[in-house]
Design a protein around this ligand. Sequence first.
Ligand SMILES: Cc1cc2nc3c(=O)[nH]c(=O)nc-3n(C[C@H](O)[C@H](O)[C@H](O)COP(=O)(O)O)c2cc1C
Length: 462
Amino acid sequence: MMELPRIIQGGMGVGISGWQLARAVSTTGQLGVVSGICLDELMVRRLQMGDPEGHIRRALDHFPIKEMARNILDKFFKERGKGADEPFMPAGNMVGEINAERENLIVAGSFTEIFLAKEGHKGVIGVNLLEKIQTDCLSTLYGCMLAGVDYVTVGAGIPKEIPGILDSLSKNIVTKMRLAVTNAISTDDFRLTFDPSRFMQSLPLKRPKFLAIIASNVLATTLAKKSNGKVDGFIIEAPVAGGHNAPPRGAMQLNEQGEPIYGAKDEVDLEKIKELGIPFWLAGAYSLRGKVKEAIAKGAAGVQAGTPFFMCKESGLTDELRNQILASDRRVVTEPKASPTGFPFKVVQAAGTLSEDSVYKARPRVCNFGYLRERYRKDNGTMGFRCAAEPVAAYVAKGGTPELAEGCKCLCNGLIVAIGLGSVYKNGYREPAILTAGDVLSEIDYLRSDLTAKEVVDYLLE
Ligand SMILES: Cc1cc2nc3c(=O)[nH]c(=O)nc-3n(C[C@H](O)[C@H](O)[C@H](O)COP(=O)(O)O)c2cc1C
C-alpha cells in the first residue's frame, strides 16, 4: 500500500506548480502536485516558444496516439520559437462544448505534464483541479490518468462526483459529469460527456487517490457520506492560504482594508473530522517553524503548503517576479471581488501587476481564455457563458450585474503572465500579471532567490 505523504505541495495554477516543481518535491518522497489548469494552453504556448529543452516533444513522443501527437506538433511547434512581439496561436476559448480537436489538446497537454513530472523516478505525483472549472475536467483527468497520475486534489466547490468519475475513467468507459448551471431547472439539466474510446485504451488505468480540498465540517461530512465513490482524504484549508479562499460563513463583512472578516464559525472542528475516519492534511500557513508537528499533534497526516513552494526556483514563477517579490514588503491582500469565481482571492501587492489600480484600469477588458466563465441557463433553455471580468456591457447583456463586474480581474490572463507565457496582442499591448500567495508570505524567513523545493521540504520536516 502507498504510504501517505507528510507534505503535500499544493497545486498552484496557472503553471506555478508545473511538472518541474512537482517532480522536485516528489523525488524527496513527498507529494508533488501539478496544477491541472489550462494544460493544453501551456503545452501549445511552450511549443510555440520553441520547446528549447525538448521536454514537450519528448513527452508527446510517449503519447499513446501517435497521430494526435504529430498533428499537435505540426500545428503549434515553432522550431526557432515565436518572436517576442508575435501573439500566440491559442489552444482555443473555453465556451460551450469542446470539440474533438480541443479535447485532443487537453488530453495530450495533461498527459505531457504528468509524464514529465513522473519521468525517471518512483515518487508520487498528483494533479489539482478547481471544481468550478468543469468544461475540461473529464479530459484533463483522463490525460493525467493516461500518464499514471497517483493523486487528484479538487477544491473550489463540492466535488461529490469526482470519485465516481475517477472510477469510471479508470475503466475506460463513457463518463458523464453534471454541470453547475445558474438558473438551471434541475441539476440534471446539463451534462458533460467524455468518451475515452477515441484514445484507444483497453487496459484499465490506475484509479488515483482522491483528496478533496475543503474548509468546513459540513462539506467534509457531505463528501464522506454522499460522494459517488471513495474519498481518500481531506485537505482542510484555512482562509490564510494562497489562491482562492472559501468565503466566510454568513453575510460577508469587510475590514478596513476591504478584506473579508473570518471568525469562529469558519473554523473547522477537527474532532468531528476525525470521526469520519478519513486521513486529513492541514493547509494555510503551515510552512512556519513547528507547524508540521502541530498539525500531526492535531491528528493530521501532514500538511499542504503552497506559498514557500511558489517562491522556489523550480516553480513556474519567472525569476524577475520572484526577485521583485523578495525585494518588496511581500504584502498580500484578500480581495473579495477580484476573482470571477466569486470566491475571495489573495493578491500579492506588486508594482506593475493587477494589484495596482492604474494597471487594472488601463487593461482593456477581454475574455479570451474563458476558464472561469459562469455557465447560465438562457431563456431559450440553452447554456450561456459569462465572466464578471469580461467587457462590462457584454456581461450585463448576459444577465450579469455591473456590481459584480466592478473590481473583477482576469485571472486567466494575469496568472499565465506570472509564468512567462502571457499574451501580447497585435497592437503591442502586453497582459499584466496577477500574483497570488498566502498571508504567510511576509512571515516566512527562509525565502531566497535560489531556494529549492528540497530545502523547503527539509525545513518543513525538521
Ligand atoms: C501561487 C499559488 C497558487 C495557488 N493556486 C491554487 C490552485 O490553482 N488550486 C488550489 O486548489 N489551490 C491553489 N493554491 C493553494 C495551495 O494549493 C495551498 O493549499 C495553499 O497555498 C496552502 O497555504 P499556504 O499558501 O499558506 O502555504 C495556490 C496557492 C498559491 C500560493
